[in-house]
Structures are given as C-alpha cells and as structure tokens.
Design a binder for this molecule. Structure first.
Ligand code: ZN
Length: 207
C-alpha cells in the first residue's frame, strides 16, 4: 500500500486522507458511498462484509465444540489451587488478607479457559463463577476451621472442626462466624474475575 501511494504521489497530489483513499484489502479506490472505516483502516463495502463474516465465524467457533467436563475440571483445579494458596497464606501470616482471594477467581477462570483449549463462552463463565465462588467459600471454611481448632487446642478441648464438614449446616455455621462485608467484597471480586476471563470477545463493528 505504501509503494502504491508512493507511485501515485508522483502523478497526483496526495489525497487529504491517504490511508482511507483505497480499500485496505483489495486496494480499490474508495468513493464516499463505498467506504467503511474500521479502526484506523478503510475498506470497500464488499471487503468489509467479507471481513465481518470471517470475524463473526471466528468468534462463533470460539464458543463451539467446548469440552465442558474438561473445562469444569480445569475450573475446579484452578479454584482448588487458589483456595489452598489463600488458606496457606492466611494461616501462615494470621492475616485474612482477602486480596489473595483474587487468585481464586483468576485461577478458576483461567483453568476453565485453558482446559477448554483457549475457548470462551457463557457456559464457561458459569462454570468458572460456580467453581470460583465455591472454592472461595471452602477456603473461608478452611481458614476458620484452622483458627477455631487452634483455639480448641489451647483450651485443652479434644474435639475439632473437621474437613470436609459433616453437613451443610456445619459448613454454614463455621462460615457464619465472621462472614462480614469484607468477605462479601472478596467474593464479589472472585466472581468478577471468574466471569470476565472466559467471556467471549464482543464484536464491536461499524454498521
Ligand atoms: Zn475492497
């Protein structure tokens, strides 16, 4: 295109907008009614339609033929690694540094995408959000369990909070010990991360 314009500039004065004078795909000279601007380039209408179609096909393929069982495994593994990291960090430092919880959402989202072979879809988003949120709750349970058991030990008590919990009710009650606003914020961050990472790209095309 540069050489084409260089050749043209000998014969005619350069157009006001050199980059939009010809189609960036087929190099045909564009007229007012036959010019579509996309990003910093201009295309003739037919080339633009072809490119738009190809792009739509590529994006559609990205959400097709997804191995959901494998993606679920990836999200669960990612969430589990993140939960263990947060549990370990909190028990070692004795600080409930919830920002580490971001790691849970990040790993759940990337686990789903990676195990699905780089695909993205609303289904993957749902899987990642579910795995991320559950991992966060399990991590919060593990943290409380550890601190409660330490307190029990210091008091000379012989019973311990188990993992896994014996019932949903036990799970809930251990979580409820200190489930405040900050935990909700961290949970929201986990959900947001897990939602954004497997999100299919949005097609933002000029009409
Ligand atoms: Zn063209």
């Amino acid at each position: 295109m540069v050489t084409f314009q260089a050749a043209m500039s000998d014969a005619t004065p350069p157009p006001a907008q050199p980059s939009t004078a010809t189609c960036a795909r087929c190099e045909k000279t564009l007229t007012e009614g036959d010019r579509v601007l996309a990003a910093d380039r201009a295309f003739c209408r037919s080339c633009y339609e072809v490119l738009k179609f190809e792009l739509q096909q590529a994006v559609a393929r990205m959400s097709q033929d997804i191995n959901y069982p494998l993606a679920t495994l990836g999200a669960v593994l990612g969430g589990a690694v993140g939960a263990l990291a947060w549990w370990g960090f909190t028990v070692l430092t004795e600080i409930g540094f919830g920002l580490v919880a971001v790691v849970i959402g990040f790993l759940a989202g990337h686990g789903a995408v990676r195990f699905a072979g780089g695909k993205r879809s609303a289904g993957l988003q749902a899987i990642a959000v579910t795995a991320g949120a559950l991992s966060f709750l399990v991590a919060a349970y593990l943290v409380n369990m550890t601190f409660i058991n330490q307190a029990l030990q210091q008091r000379g008590e012989t019973w311990r909070i188990p993992f896994p919990p014996h019932s949903v009710d036990m799970f809930y009650r251990v979580l409820a010990v200190n489930f405040g606003l900050m935990k909700l914020v961290f949970l929201a961050i986990v959900v947001y991360e897990a939602w954004v990472i497997p999100r299919p790209p949005k097609l933002d095309l000029a009409a």
